[in-house]
Design a protein around this ligand. Sequence first.
Ligand code: SF4
Ligand code: SF4
Length: 260
Amino acid sequence: MLKPQRGICCAGCPHRAAYVVVKDVIRRGRGHVICGEAGCPAVGHVHPAATACPGGQAELMSMYNKPVPQGTPEEPGSVVCAHFVLDADVAADDGTRFGAEQLAGEGACAILCVMASSKVFLSEGAVTDLGRHLQRLGYSSIALADPLDTAGTGDMLRELVEAGGVHALVFASPCAQLQRTAILAPAEVERVSCVGCMRCVQITACPALSFRPPAAFIDPDACAGCDLCSDYCRTRVILTPRADMTPAQRHAERLAAAGA
Ligand code: SF4
Ligand code: SF4
């Protein structure tokens, strides 16, 4: 029997993509911190790629929770903090936990990363309402991104970090478990061309992706077609049926698969 791994998100999970992109851009380390309390609360028994995904504060976030480092007189602007939270927690907050003022002391740049993946956010109106609520919580800068558009989200994050200050960033992309109307076609590794660098496996830790010497392998029954691994393969040997689509078209396909 496979032992469930801690902190593994389901295949295709947009939360994974959000963490991967944020980590790629702001790079955890001295003066940079990724923290918060959002993980996937799903047990994940529905999707064929399901693993035990404990998520939440106690499990997943223990890997990310770090004390926020303070700037020094020599490097006063060195602290960048990305604080991950769940949409429902933000929606229920009156500003005492996630208000812009609360984050103002977290560094030269503090970004409240709101995971909007649940069913309610399949409606555009719900995303707009969340934006209005964030305005009431004091955020003057509110950005919207699909974390599975890794290039676009990365550019957006770089702009926010460069601008400094306090921002809210809503990561809107449907949970992979919501795929009901259609199952997205899986990605595939061109195994004869794969150089076996393991980059895709290490960066995504996707349960549908494994290393079967001498090359990476995607389980077609488990892959949810998010294409995250494809974005991070430098030799471009992870093939996706969505290669010719724009990020907006991919986003629309994921929404349609979730029945939006
Ligand atoms: S495309 Fe890659 S990262 Fe996405 S679910 Fe399939 S194997 Fe996992
Ligand atoms: S990142 Fe690309 S080349 Fe490296 S193991 Fe994965 S599929 Fe192969």
